[in-house]
Design a binder for this molecule. Structure first.
Ligand SMILES: Cc1cc2nc3c(=O)[nH]c(=O)nc-3n(C[C@H](O)[C@H](O)[C@H](O)COP(=O)(O)OP(=O)(O)OC[C@H]3O[C@@H](n4cnc5c(N)ncnc54)[C@H](O)[C@@H]3O)c2cc1C
Ligand SMILES: *[C@@H]1O[C@H](CO)[C@@H](O)[C@H](O)[C@H]1NC(C)=O
Length: 439
């Protein structure tokens, strides 16, 4: 199902969901792509990750639905259970949100980050034959008008028409290419997160019900705190996240250990079932949520290096769109390169930025609105209008088809980028280094 070869050579740094999607989509569009990743081997790291229908739509196009089928088997299935929202102290279910049947060609996917990542990684490497070089931390980028490249640890220079920096939230590319010094600010919140097997849950009559009848999803909403608990793979695996106030100033990390005593303190006065669940947790992660100012550009001086995914625009997890937006990026750049052709790679990169920038900014904002709505719940309003507490699923986010959108908007934007003189008041996003240049 790949298109004719475009002759465009793409090097991608980082094999997260953003980098891998860019690689798979570039392959689909006929570009010659290879990936360089710092981790030396694949590990099933992380816990729950969410993909919206706008990601399901992308996955569904890979090998006629075969990849999405594999992902679905690992993901939570709430078609019968739905989502039950409880008041934190009484425990009463204030709203039972039913799962809409949804579009089978654009499923919502929630599962273990490491397990889903493995499926995508294996698909890219083993089925499509995309070269993925592990154990390659990239520490140097270069470009001129004609080409771009990276320098590997052993000094080897790898050349390409385009380099994509998809190296995540702590992106080195962001610093090296754009000179942007990362200054994360505390958001005032942190999340405790845990993933574990259901053995102890089944043994306790208070918690058995969550694991004994397939998958489940429950949320308890309290003042400035929310606790979400789900069971996955037929109730076999358990996962919870608890978002709470936290002013401490430590580093964000997926692997910083948390302490159960701290969780119990926050859960004092809560529905006792919450503590009964948390007690089964063998270990947990304490992840501080930080804000970053949005970058004014994702594109290098010669527009031959592009940042994508978390490297360009980190998300708060309450938006449940971070990985999905990274994937939309990957789809978009692949289409733009295809449409612009090898002679116009810098223009393709600029068009990509025009297509993506505003949408990403709008989606990013939703990470705060959901949290704030829950944390400042007015229970009288909920009593009158239970739906007001539902988890929002907005069409403008989920119905979006990144490939179709790139198809439809490309021509006009390409003209604006390459012949701005034909237009009145064209405002294009800037490119080139920003902030202080480092090193
Ligand atoms: C270990 C890990 C666990 C995570 N767990 C969760 C989770 O449980 N839930 C959740 O919602 N999100 C999790 N995330 C974040 C989530 O995957 C991303 O927010 C989202 O998928 C966007 O993906 P991305 O590809 O832009 O970035 P990432 O997924 O962060 O991928 C970036 C990749 O670049 C690699 N890299 C970094 N620097 C270099 C370099 N100099 N040279 C070469 N490669 C480099 C990294 O090793 C990583 O594989 C996790 C990320 C990581 C890396
Ligand atoms: C985008 O355009 C290509 C080329 O015309 C076409 O093959 C593809 O189906 C289009 N994609 C979508 C989602 O419309």
């Amino acid at each position: 199902m790949t298109m004719p070869q475009s002759g465009i050579k793409v090097v991608i740094v980082g094999a997260g969901f953003g980098g891998l999607t860019a690689a798979i989509e570039c392959h689909r569009q006929g570009h010659d792509v290879r990936v360089y990743e710092s981790f030396p081997e694949l590990k099933t790291l992380g816990d729950i990750i969410s993909f919206g229908a706008n990601a399901g739509r992308i996955y569904h196009r890979w090998s006629e639905g075969r990849v999405v089928q594999r992902l679905r088997e690992l993901c939570i299935d709430l078609s019968s259970y739905g989502f039950r929202i409880h008041k934190y102290d009484t425990g009463e279910v204030v709203y039972h949100q039913r799962n809409p049947p949804g579009d089978p060609k654009a499923p919502v996917l929630n599962g273990h980050r490491g397990e889903l990542h493995q499926v995508v990684f294996n698909y890219a490497r083993d089925e499509l034959g995309i070269p993925i070089h592990l154990g390659q931390p990239v520490g140097e980028y270069f470009e001129d008008e004609e080409q771009a490249g990276i320098v590997l640890q052993n000094g080897e220079r790898v050349l390409a028409d385009l380099v994509i920096g998809a190296d995540g939230v702590r992106s080195k590319a962001r610093e090296l290419v754009l000179g942007y010094v990362d200054k994360p600010k505390s958001s005032g919140y942190a999340v405790w997160r845990a993933w574990f097997s259901n053995t102890d849950m089944i043994q306790d009559p208070r918690t058995r019900e969550f694991c004994a009848h397939g998958d489940s999803f429950n949320g308890w909403i309290g003042p400035d705190v929310h606790f979400l608990f789900s069971t996955i793979k037929g109730g076999q695996d358990c996962c919870w996240v608890l978002t709470h106030r936290d002013e401490h100033d430590i580093d964000e990390s997926w692997s910083f250990p948390g302490r159960l005593e701290d969780v119990y303190r926050v859960l004092e006065g809560w529905d006792p079932i919450c503590r009964a669940i948390v007690e089964k947790t063998p270990s947990l992660v304490d992840w501080k949520l930080v804000y970053r100012d949005p970058l004014s550009t994702w594109v290098s001086r010669h527009a031959r290096i592009l940042l994508l995914g978390d490297a360009a625009h980190p998300f708060l997890p309450t938006s449940a769109q971070g990985a999905t937006q990274a994937m939309e990026d990957g789809v978009t750049i692949a289409v733009c390169l295809k449409r612009a052709g090898k002679a116009n790679v810098p223009a393709a990169v600029r068009v990509h930025q025009e297509i993506r920038y505003d949408r990403v900014g709008e989606v990013q904002k939703t990470g705060e609105t959901t949290r704030d709505r829950w944390h400042k719940t007015d229970w009288e309003t909920v009593a009158k209008d239970p739906k007001s507490i539902a988890f929002p699923r907005e069409d403008w986010i989920h119905a979006h088809d990144a490939e179709k959108h790139a198809n439809e908007t490309f021509d006009e934007l390409f003209k604006k980028v390459t012949q701005p003189e034909l237009f009145e008041n064209v405002k294009l996003r800037p490119i080139g280094p920003i902030g202080v240049t480092v090193g």
